[in-house]
Design a protein. Structure first.
Length: 84
């Protein structure tokens, strides 16, 4: 139903068709891309970026940030404790 409405939009249809013609890229089976985030109140945090297909269509993906070092894991743990 949502996709039907989106396909009525000319710009959406145009870009949807462009991506549909691209070859399907293999999903990352492991976290590959390191991301460093500078936080004003903590040391720089390092994550590994990974993604996987959300459905069979390669245009839809889930993106994950995995802590890449002990300092980042500790900071994520502290954030999780604050959220409770």
């Amino acid at each position: 139903m949502v996709m039907e409405r989106l396909h009525r939009l000319p710009r959406f249809r145009h870009y949807w068709s462009l991506v549909a013609c691209e070859p399907t890229l293999a999903s990352a089976a492991r976290a590959l891309i390191p991301i460093r985030l500078a936080q004003p109140d903590t040391t720089a945090l390092t994550f590994r970026l990974s993604s996987e297909h959300f459905i069979r269509d390669a245009r839809f993906r889930l993106v994950y940030y995995f802590p890449a070092d002990p300092a980042t894991m500790q900071q994520c743990s502290a954030w999780a404790a604050q959220a409770i």
